[in-house]
Each structure stands twice: as C-alpha cells, then as structure tokens.
Design a protein around this ligand. Structure first.
Ligand SMILES: [Zn+2]
Length: 267
C-alpha cells in the first residue's frame, strides 16, 4: 500500500526558521490593531500584597529600580517606547487612563483634533482594559500601590515652579490651586520626594523622621480627576506611594532606599 502524504507535508518550510521567543504574559486592548500600542505586563513574584507599578516606560531608571528589587510582590509594567501609548490612533499617557472620567478629560486635552467618535472608540478600549486589569492592580490586604517615577532634575512647571514646589500645591476642579495638606522635609535635596495618600503612612514618616521628603496628599473628591494612579487609588481607597527620584547619579539607589522604607510601614 502506497504511503499517503501526510497533511501539511507539501508545505515548504521557510529556509530560516524565525527565532522563537517566549512571550511575557501581557495584555493589550481588545483589538490589538496597528494603531494601538497600549500594553501592560504583570508578574506575581511573591504573595506580598504590594503592587509595584512602572507606568512610564520611558522612565528607564524607575524600571531598573523595580527590576532590581528582586522578587517582591506583583509587578505591573507598561510597555511603551516613549511616554505615550497610541490607542486607536489617539495619544494616551499610561498614567492618565485609570479612571473613566479622567481618561476622557485627558484624551480630549491630549488629542484636540480628535472627533467624538474617535474619542469614544479609544475610551471603549481603555474601559475594557481597565476592567480586565483592576483585579491585578488592586493591592492585597495591608498592601499598597508603589508607583515609581523619575523626573528631570531641572524640570519646571508653568511659572518656573520646580516639581517639588508644584507638589506643594495641587490644581482643583475650578482651576485654582490648594496647598498640599502637609509635607515632611527629611531630605535637603528638593527634587526627590515620596507622595503618600494615607494619613498613617504620613504620620509614620514624621514620627520616624524619615530621611526623605514626604508629601501627604489625601484624596480629595474636589480635585480634578486626571485619571492618574493616585486618583484611582483615592477612589478605590488604596494606600498609594509615589517615590519620585530625579535622573542623576545614585538615583537608582535612592529610589530603592525609598521603597525599602515604604515596605517598613506595614499596616
Ligand atoms: Zn512618570
């Protein structure tokens, strides 16, 4: 009996096999079309309740700090070449889509020429992505969001304010500014600081004389919903920390020391 050709045998193999790379666990939006680059990846290293977020893929030192921590809690990384994602053709800051209303505020502002239809398409994708990711993002019992960022040492806001000075005042819905409730100044270097949103964490910084500048930024429903991680944390009632270190020599070590300190604040 003549041997039958097996299915697929007549398909020529390519001369060069494409290199196979294991894909990290990642998730984009519902329809990963060409015009969409929004991607997050997460990895649970230990059962620790903390969630370590690297939101701005362009802030490499923050990524290196978190990558160099060893196995701690669950990491959530943003994959982006620059600061922004493209979602259905529109520009999205990975730290400005985390609440529905905040995402809309941000997208309209960042894409002034977009049509309402485009904006709705993008929001739909982001809403789906948020719902999918919230269970992973939510810290466990006693845990916190630790969202590492970097700034430029000479970065200035409008009116010449440094980022540090800017953090002392925050914009409200009516366009005015309000004083941040309190700041513990433990570091003469006024470009590096930690933002905390929980009163107990702030009190611990003061009573323990933390060697860092620590801003207490309690959640304020009258503050503008900017779709940021801190706003989401406020809405959800999560403890939140933003250890922000400027890009200079020793930045990584300092940011790691901040995170080590944060982890001593067990609640
Ligand atoms: Zn950032």
């Amino acid at each position: 009996m003549a041997a039958k050709a097996r299915v697929g045998e007549d398909i020529k193999k390519p001369a060069v096999q494409p290199e196979w790379k294991p894909e990290p666990p990642m998730y984009g939006v519902a329809n990963p079309a060409k015009r969409t680059s929004a991607t997050l990846e997460s990895q649970q290293h230990t059962s620790s309740p903390h969630r370590y977020w690297w939101l701005h893929g362009s802030e490499k030192v923050a990524g290196e700090t978190l990558g160099g921590l060893g196995k701690r809690g669950t990491t959530i990384n943003t994959l982006a070449k620059g600061r922004y994602w493209k979602v259905k053709g529109l520009k999205v800051d990975p730290n400005r889509w985390l609440t529905p209303a905040g995402a809309e505020n941000h997208i309209r502002r960042a894409n002034p020429r977009a049509s309402n239809r485009q904006i709705q398409n993008t929001l739909e994708s982001l809403n789906f992505m948020r719902e999918t990711w919230l269970p992973t993002m939510r810290p466990g019992k006693g845990g916190a969001i630790i969202s590492a960022h970097n700034s430029h040492p000479h970065a200035r806001y409008k009116g010449g304010k440094t980022i540090f000075e800017h953090e002392l005042t925050k914009p409200t819905m009516d366009g005015k500014t309000r004083l941040t409730k309190a700041a513990h100044l433990g570091d003469a270097d006024k470009v590096d600081f930690i933002i905390v949103t929980d009163r107990n964490d702030y009190d611990a910084a003061v009573s323990g004389n933390a060697p860092f500048n620590v801003f207490y930024q309690p959640f304020d429903w009258s503050a503008k919903d900017d779709g940021s991680a801190s706003y989401l944390a406020g809405v959800e009632g999560w403890r939140y920390f933003n250890p922000e270190v400027s890009l200079r020599e020793g930045a990584r070590e300092k940011q790691k020391a901040m995170i080590d300190w944060i982890e001593t604040l067990n609640q």
